[in-house]
Design a protein around this ligand. Sequence first.
Ligand SMILES: [Zn+2]
Length: 47
Amino acid sequence: MIDDCPKCHGTGIVKEKDGSVHTCWDCLQRGKFDVHSENVPDSKIRV
Ligand SMILES: [Zn+2]
């Protein structure tokens, strides 16, 4: 995660205005968020 990420503020989770939450794509793309997502093409981390 990125501590100063403007979208998730270091939480790795983005809260939308409508109340839904999802993982922070910015952090994902920077490769610092070890999420267990199936949508990460080159994920090094498998859970
Ligand atoms: Zn983020």
